[in-house]
Design a protein around this ligand. Structure first.
Ligand code: SPD
Length: 351
């Protein structure tokens, strides 16, 4: 009964879907931590829905946040006990951080990659940038290699503030790496690195709202991208990636969060892959860790947060799943041209 009351209050004028399980997930996270960023991370509830739940809990006397901590009140503690909810457990493997991979041969280029990445352009809000840790990029490359999508292959990277192309190129494993990137600073940076290190990388300045350049369509064994997460934005990246593949057996890698995507959105995305002729071959949750971006206090969800504390640069709370898709049939993609803002929808929290 209490859960229903909380849910009703959270949904009042919410503008985002809030599920009953979201309330349970939020309570489990609140039992495990009183810190806003840990609660976001542990709960796995989209941020714009989570803030609704937190305010509903406060309004109904279950939660308080004086002093910058999210503290369950005695009434809140009675509630979780009566609902049989325990603290959220995070049981990551201490060796691989939960990714399920080792770096293997990628270890050899790790130091060089870190040295190069130290001079990278800083993330800006314009294109929803926010790059992953260097460790994450290295693991992405190792994962692609282990799946047979790197060595001797042609790879296209759609948007590359994470510098996947650089790490992939440094391994000397791929036959060819092409990057499409809208931000001229990154185009220049990656080009410069490729020239200095003699890497097989071609970089083109390109707005992904436009269809792929015709000479790139159907030419690649694999694509990598970390899409913006409005439903439309995600589809734009996924469409372009699939259109770049040669055909059946071609693989695609994409990141998808819980922070900005409900399971309703995940379902739409999964349906899209199936209809496009692909299968989700693997999904590794929380594979990608993001370095906090400098515009955190200007992102969409900031004014809605009950506690506004700027986290440390590597105080990781924003993570995404790594999804590997594989084409089973020739792709059923008809590329479209998009216009206007592809970054926003009601669940967008960090744009
Ligand atoms: N806006 C800050 C971080 C966004 C990073 N974009 C990647 C989203 C994951 N698919």
């Amino acid at each position: 009964m209490a859960l229903k009351g909380i849910l009703e209050r959270a949904r009042e004028g919410a503008g985002v879907p809030v599920a009953e399980r979201d309330v349970e997930r939020a309570l489990a996270a609140l039992l495990a931590s009183e810190d806003i960023w840990r609660v976001i991370d542990l709960s796995g509830v989209p941020v714009m829905a989570l803030v609704r739940v937190l305010y509903a809990l406060k309004d109904l006397g279950y939660l308080d946040w004086d002093g910058g901590r999210l503290v369950l009140t005695p009434k809140g503690r009675d509630l979780v006990a009566s609902l049989g909810i325990g603290p959220k457990l995070e049981l990551k493997c201490p060796h691989c951080g939960g990714r399920g991979t080792a770096l293997g041969p990628v270890e050899k280029i790790a130091a060089k990659f870190r040295e190069i990445a130290a001079d990278r352009p800083e993330a800006i809000q314009d294109f929803d940038q926010g790059y992953v840790t260097e460790e994450t990029t290295l693991h992405r490359v190792a994962f692609m290699w282990s799946r047979g999508d790197l060595y001797g292959k042609e790879l296209i990277v759609l948007g590359d503030d994470d510098l996947v192309s650089v790490a992939a190129g440094l391994t000397r494993a791929p036959k060819r790496v092409v990057v499409l990137e809208i931000d001229q600073r990154l185009v220049d940076f990656i080009r410069d690195v490729a020239r200095k290190e003699n890497l097989p990388i071609e970089v083109k300045q390109h707005d992904l709202r436009e269809p792929l350049p015709p000479d790139l369509k159907g030419h690649f064994d694999a694509f990598f991208c970390d899409p913006t997460e409005s439903l439309q934005g995600f589809m734009v990246f996924a469409e372009r990636g699939i259109a770049a593949l040669k055909g059946p057996g071609g693989a695609g890698y994409l990141g998808l969060t819980h922070c900005e995507a409900s399971y309703g959105k995940w379902r739409e995305i999964q349906r899209f892959f199936l209809e496009a002729g692909a299968v989700i071959a693997e999904l590794r949750d929380a594979f990608n860790d993001y370095v906090n971006w400098p515009y955190i206090d200007h992102m969409r969800s900031w004014p809605h947060l009950p506690v506004q504390r700027i986290p440390g640069r590597e105080e990781i709370w924003y993570r995404s799943a790594l999804i590997r898709i594989e084409l089973v049939e020739g792709s059923h993609i008809e590329e479209r041209r998009y216009e206007g803002d592809i970054f926003s929808d009601e669940e967008a929290a960090t744009t």
